[in-house]
Ligand binder design. Structure first.
Ligand code: UDP
Length: 329
């Protein structure tokens, strides 16, 4: 029996690499694609020896060619932290616009099912709480997060258009804050920032007064939600995340307890347009996919901390693993 073939863009990134693991284990043939600007080969190295895995070093903002049959496409390529998209705003916009256009064209050609990694950022700094899928959002298009938020909103629009106009089978996962092993230590996101600071013996930096909230989902739960959504017959957006909400200040205290660091918290300016609160309403995912997160924060943080602890001193201290200048013309 021939294997189902799946293309995963952003495959060397945090979520992409976990998706590769899952689909390889489910017996799919995985075509992993990444331009390695923010992804790392180390995340998928262990899969290279498998016969149902191949890696293509390619920028999806350029035309994508895949020969033969293709059953699924997961478009997960994108810088995904505020620091990254501030550093590479044009690439962020391109992968979210040109990149998805190429993926959709390929999906149409192959009659493949396509899923996009959308985000809670489509809701911006939300005025309703928790966020349901029918909320249209509160986004500043020209603010620092605009390049990411609007690229993701455009992705939803063009994906829907291919669904309604071309009848393509498409899925839209609105992914809320997710954490776990293989996050980049220095991508600026709050969890690797806090854990990295604790491990290096630095103070933990809270932006603003720390009263802003987030709801953190452990990566394995998210991957299960994505797997179920991909195989559902549903084409409207679905929130995937863990509704267990916490303030950033309380989160810092949890990390201090977990790591046993003797360091304190220090306060820095809140970045512009930083959402004040965020919590997914996952009623739709529960009803539709019979899905809800199973791993609570205590357990998820323990597993994530163990991963970060296993990194070498060199990895812990590197500013970042990649060199933007090498890639950006
Ligand atoms: N944050 C913080 N200290 C840090 C990094 C982030 O207090 O060193 C805050 C940030 O301002 C935001 C929250 O933590 O309110 C989550 O930030 P992250 O970048 O992880 O994700 P996002 O804002 O996109 O949810």
């Amino acid at each position: 029996m021939s294997r189902k073939k799946i293309l995963i863009t952003g495959a060397a990134g945090f979520l992409g690499s976990h998706l590769c693991d899952r689909f390889v284990n489910e017996g799919y043939h995985v075509i992993a694609m990444d331009n390695l600007i923010t992804g790392r080969l180390k995340n998928i190295e262990h899969l290279f020896k498998l016969e149902n895995f191949e890696f293509h070093h390619h920028d999806v903002s350029k035309f994508i060619h895949i020969s033969g049959q293709l059953n699924y496409i997961l478009h997960f390529a994108s810088p995904a932290s505020p620091i990254d998209y501030l550093k590479i705003p044009i690439q962020t916009l391109k992968v979210g616009s040109l990149g998805i256009h190429h993926c959709l064209g390929l999906a149409k050609e192959k009659n493949a099912t396509l899923m996009i990694a959308s985000t809670s950022e489509v809701y911006g700094d939300p005025e309703i709480h928790p966020q349901t899928e029918d909320y249209w959002g509160h986004v500043n298009p020209i603010g620092p997060r605009g390049v990411y938020d609007e690229a993701k909103r455009f992705q939803e629009a063009i994906t829907m258009a291919y669904h309604t106009y071309h009848g393509l089978n498409t899925k839209i996962a609105r992914i809320f804050n997710t954490y776990g092993p293989r996050m980049r230590l220095n991508d600026g996101r709050v969890l690797p920032a806090f854990i990295g600071q604790a491990l290096r013996g630095e103070n933990l930096t809270i932006f603003g007064d720390g009263s802003q909230t987030r709801s953190f989902c452990y990566v394995d739960d998210l991957i299960e939600g994505i797997f179920r959504l991909l195989h559902s017959d549903y084409n409207q957006p679905v929130n995937l995340g863990n509704p267990d909400e916490i303030s950033i200040k309380d989160f810092a205290n949890e990390i201090i307890k977990l790591t046993g660091t003797k360091q304190k918290v220090v306060y820095k300016d809140l970045p512009l347009n930083d959402p004040k609160q965020r919590q997914p309403d996952i009623t739709r995912a529960k009803n539709l996919l019979n899905w809800s997160p199973k791993i609570d924060r205590a357990e998820g943080l323990k597993r994530t901390y163990n991963y970060f602890k296993s990194l070498s001193l060199e990895e812990l201290n590197e500013k970042d693993h990649y060199n933007f200048d090498k890639y950006i013309k």
